[in-house]
Design a protein around this ligand. Structure first.
Ligand SMILES: NC(=O)c1ccc[n+]([C@@H]2O[C@H](COP(=O)([O-])OP(=O)(O)OC[C@H]3O[C@@H](n4cnc5c(N)ncnc54)[C@H](OP(=O)(O)O)[C@@H]3O)[C@@H](O)[C@H]2O)c1
Length: 298
């Protein structure tokens, strides 16, 4: 089995039937956008899921990287996010269409409200969120956004949206790593059919020096970054978005390594997500088998 087919054979079903590839490539502005790394990931490594945001300011460059890679748009999963400065019905519609123009694409596979707190003085946050969400519902209906979701939303934000709107978000993208485990939110999302998507799998780099992470990495002959990404995949099957930067390119790995240390972690959540058990046994099959972009392609 080729690396690319292994990488892309793991996906998660959204409530509207679309399947989102589990491992995505982040393009946050923090640390800088690296054009070569995106082209390399798409062209040479077969990565097909990219996460970006209007806020990151790299939409034009990312569009260029996609065209440069030669990967057809239809083979990609592109997530983009709406910044609160553009919340409100009209502004949200315009911002989404502007993002499409900047990236030179006709649609996004997933479009998220980036943050629950709007920056709209004089109006209630709940009202602005609902109005913004209605714009996303329309963009979804029109096919501009194949799936729609939210990011950094807490249970109370999701409950309000459920009362005020008609489409339940397909995804909630939230910080998630061994030191940030919002268990009740994860359970709530699972109950509501909202896919929980984790970001910052390395705790923004801070997890890499933690003694437990280092001990497990040493024991299995892996890097701490690989252990963290593997942990994210194993525990609740979020799909971690990993950063794209020169210095961290080697972290763009899919680690097919079964971490027995954490296999019993959060048993309720572990059993709730239907796909998790199936995925876990698949990973057990690949026990101690590691695929690394650099070692395979260089
Ligand atoms: N929805 C949201 O609100 C939100 C918020 C944050 C992030 N995200 C998404 O999640 C993606 C990842 O977030 P993140 O940047 O916070 O990720 P992260 O994986 O938790 O942390 C990345 C940081 O770890 C450092 N690092 C050290 N060793 C590394 C290694 N071996 N491999 C990779 N990184 C290493 C990097 O340092 P260097 O700079 O030296 O490489 C970088 O500063 C973003 O690009 C974005 O797409 C979404």
């Amino acid at each position: 089995m080729s690396f690319s087919s292994v990488l892309n054979s793991f996906s998660v079903s959204l409530s509207n039937g679309l399947r989102i590839p589990m491992l995505g490539l982040g393009t946050s502005h923090r640390g800088g956008y690296c054009h070569e790394a995106v082209v390399y990931a798409l062209k040479d490594c077969g990565l097909r899921h990219i996460d970006t945001a209007e806020r990151y300011g790299c939409e034009e460059k990312l569009g260029e990287a996609i065209r440069e890679s030669g990967v057809p748009r239809s083979d990609l999963w592109l997530t983009n996010k709406l910044w609160p400065g553009n919340y409100g019905y009209k502004a949200a519609r315009k911002a989404c269409l502007d993002s499409c123009s900047r990236m030179e694409v006709e649609y996004f596979d997933l479009y998220l409200m980036h943050w629950p707190e709007p920056m709209t003085p004089g109006r209630s946050n709940r009202e602005v969120r609902a109005e913004t969400w209605r714009a996303l519902e329309e963009l979804h209906k029109e096919g501009v956004c194949r799936a729609i979701g939210v990011s950094n939303f807490l249970i109370r934000h999701l409950e309000q949206l459920k009362e005020d709107c008609s489409v339940v978000p397909h995804v909630n993208q939230v910080e998630y790593h061994p030191f940030q485990q919002p268990d009740s939110l994860i359970r709530y999302c699972a109950d509501q059919g909202i896919v929980f998507e984790g970001f910052s799998p390395l705790a923004k780099g801070q997890a890499l020096s933690h003694p437990t992470v280092r001990r497990i990495a040493e024991k299995h002959g892996r890097t701490p970054a690989q252990i963290c990404v593997r942990w994210s995949i194993q525990v609740v099957t979020p799909h971690p978005t990993v950063p794209v930067q020169h210095s961290s390119l080697h972290s763009v790995t899919l680690i097919l390594l079964f971490l027995s240390e954490w296999s019993g972690h959060n048993p309720q959540i572990y059993q709730k997500e239907q796909g998790t058990r199936k995925l876990s046994s698949t990973f057990e099959f690949f026990c101690f088998f590691l695929i690394n972009f650099r070692s395979i392609f260089q």
